[in-house]
Write a protein that binds this ligand. Structure first.
Ligand code: ZN
Length: 50
């Protein structure tokens, strides 16, 4: 299983066991911290293997 990470422009790093998990974490972060609605596509585009 390959871990994934998304680095938010604010410097926060979201991590997940897979793409779906890290995308969910990033969307949660964007909404709660930045009041921003991140789409699955946007989050996936920011993801890279950790
Ligand atoms: Zn952020």
């Amino acid at each position: 299983m390959s871990g994934q990470l998304i680095e938010c422009p604010c410097g926060t790093v979201l991590r997940g066991q897979g793409i779906d998990e890290v995308v969910a974490e990033a969307r949660k972060h964007a909404k709660s911290v930045h009041d921003m609605d991140l789409t699955n596509e946007q989050a996936k585009a920011m993801a890279r293997p950790s």
